[in-house]
Each structure stands twice: as structure tokens, then as C-alpha cells.
Design a protein around this ligand. Sequence first.
Ligand code: NAD
Ligand code: IPM
Ligand code: MN
Length: 359
Amino acid sequence: MFRVAVLEGDGIGPEIMESALAVLRQVEDLFGIAFEFRKGLIGGRAIDERGDPLPEETLALCRESSAILLGAVGGPRWDDLPTDKRPEKGLLRIRKELDLFANLRPAKVWEALIEASPLKPEIVRGTDMLVVRELTGDVYYGEPRGVFREGGRRVGINTMRYTEDEIRRVVRRAFEIARLRRRKLTSVDKSNVLEVSGLWREVVEEESKNYPDVELEHLYVDNCAMQMVRRPTTFDVIVTGNIFGDILSDEAGVVVGSLGMLPSASVGERYALYEPVHGSAPDIAGRGVANPIAMILSAAMMLRFSFGMEEAADLVERAVEKTLSEGYRTPDIYSEGCKKVGTAEMTERIVENLKRLKG
Ligand code: NAD
Ligand code: IPM
Ligand code: MN
């Protein structure tokens, strides 16, 4: 019995979670296993119902579970709240409380979706990169922070801060992962300007001595953003701090077709949380048109990394691929000549293909 905490969150969160659960229920049938799904509140709905974006009982539920699935949090309803009372704070707190220091964001181009990328096919074809984003440090958590009065005017302050241990543990993870892939690591920083980035680069250099078999490249973040659209196929694993990783992974999403396709795993030594890279998409929430694939692929990552179910994870990914190659598209990845479908139909097609492929 695998215990899974299910945190739907806000906006399209509940819609795409329903899709992931439908896929996992089919996996239960096909592989003769059982998940115990237990729902918890997070984000805006948790603020409305409990007055806290991460209620204690949700945190307890996560600690008692073998893995956590998260939809997305946030929305215009809560945008006027102060930063530390917003839905997003629930997400930042859960990452910190569970020490989920490495966020793995794979961005691989799907042959069927080459047309969905705004880049030319010859530039994106073959792209297969993995952004390893540090997730529990940086300017997201650094102190001091706030808006203060100074000399009669307001000053906003945030602090970019990393200890060498925080850098080292995520960099090691990235080197280890690069070893399982094409053995190339790109470390991204802004060490031409920032001291904290200087330290980042030094630690990466020190660690690289333990991984002589992995080719190492350093890029400044501005240059990396540019190279990612110019030569995306040359990236394998990218390791970077929290804020640069946030920005670069959205960019990676659109390079390979749509943010609606990008899954992620946030892992530490003990816990693992699986969440799409995208947000709660308030502009399309409640309309039944959200792309469920990022969430479904996040569930596949859970099967692989938390439960060791390699075959089931492969099957889910192949079912997604088959559904795309049959021409089914949600609006975000639609191109001419394809069949436009909503969240529910996309999910049904994927579930159907799971059954077919398992044979
Ligand atoms: P967003 O990722 O929610 O949306 C950006 C654009 O991509 C929108 O046009 C949206 O419609 C589209 N999009 C995103 N996911 C999609 C999907 N699955 N299918 C189809 N289209 C999709 O980013 P935003 O609009 O900047 O933020 C909206 C809210 O989400 C904010 O409150 C933000 O803080 C929050 N957010 C949460 C998370 C998270 O929970 N992990 C991540 C990012 C943003
Ligand atoms: C993400 C999101 C979050 C982040 C926000 C919602 C706090 O953008 O998961 O990428 O910045 O980490
Ligand atoms: Mn983001």
C-alpha cells in the first residue's frame, strides 16, 4: 500500500489532479497495486478554510505519506494579501519544512509537438535537458527581507544568501544525475556581479574534482537564457540557484512546446513532492481546457523515483506520447490539423492508451 498525499491547490490544480488520479487508478488496475490517496489543503483554499496557506494537518499528512502530489497554488483572489500570508507562502513553507532542496525539472522535446515550440524545428529537435534548481535557499528565504522606511521613503530589501553546504548538496545531486545521463553539467550563476554566485562557482569547481568524468561548463545566467533558445540541444543537466532556476525552467518549458507539459520532482534526503512547473493558470481555470500532461508526467516521476515502478512510469510516458502522436491536443499545444480536446478528453485518451499499451 503506497500512501500518497494529494494537495490539489487552486485554479487548475483540482482539474489536473483529477487527471493524474485517473491515470494512477488505471495503473493500480494494470499492475495490481493499491495507492491510498489522502487529500490535504494548501494555498488559497487553505487560507479560506483554515486561515493558513499550509495548515499543520497538511504538513502532518505529508510527513506520514510516502510521496506527495501537488497541483498548483495562487490566484487573483489572494493577490492583495501581504507576501507572507499569500498562497505561495504555503508552497515555500512545505519545501522548506520537508527540506526539498533539489527540484528536478526535465524538459524534453516530444517529436509530435515540434510544431508547438515557437522555435524552428531544426533548433529544438533532440532537446533533452534537466534543470536542477536549488529549492530551499537563495533570495526566496534570505534575511533581512521586507519593506522598511529609511530617510522618509520606502526601501524594499531581499537577501540573496547561500551557505557552502547548501550549494554543495544540490551540486552533488546534479553531478550524480549527469552521470546517469550524457555526462555534461552546466552551472549557471552571476559571478561577474554577485559574491554569492562567486561562492557558488567555487563550490562547483571543488566538487567537479570528484566527477572528472562529467564535462563541466559555467554560464552567466543572462547568457544561459540566450543559449537556451539558440542551442537548446547542447544542454544536458543544468544546475543553478532558486531564482535563476525558476526563471530558466519556464523558458525551458516553452522551448520544448508548452509549460503545460513540464513535470517536476522536488526531493530532499527523506521526502519527495511531485508538482508541475506551471502555476494555477487563473486565466483558464474552471473552463476544462487545462493541459493535464505536466501533472500526469509528475505522477509518472513519482512512480519511478518514490515507488521504483519503472515499468509503470514508462507506460504512462508512452501513453502520453501515443496520445500526442494520434493528434490530440489541448489548446496550449494545438497546431493546425490536430484534434482540439479539453482536459477530460485528453485524460480519457491517455488512460485508454495505457490499457492498450499494456496489452
Ligand atoms: P502560470 O504558470 O499559472 O500561467 C502562465 C501561462 O501559462 C498562462 O497563460 C496559463 O494559462 C498557461 N498555463 C499554465 N499551465 C497551463 C496548463 N497546464 N495548460 C494550459 N495552459 C497553462 O503562471 P502565472 O499566470 O504567472 O501565475 C498564476 C498563479 O499561479 C500566481 O498566483 C502564481 O503565483 C501561481 N504559481 C504557482 C505555482 C505553483 O503552485 N507551483 C507555479 C507558478 C505560479
Ligand atoms: C514555481 C513557482 C513558485 C516559485 C512560486 C509560486 C512561489 O513559480 O514553483 O516555479 O517561484 O518557486
Ligand atoms: Mn515558477
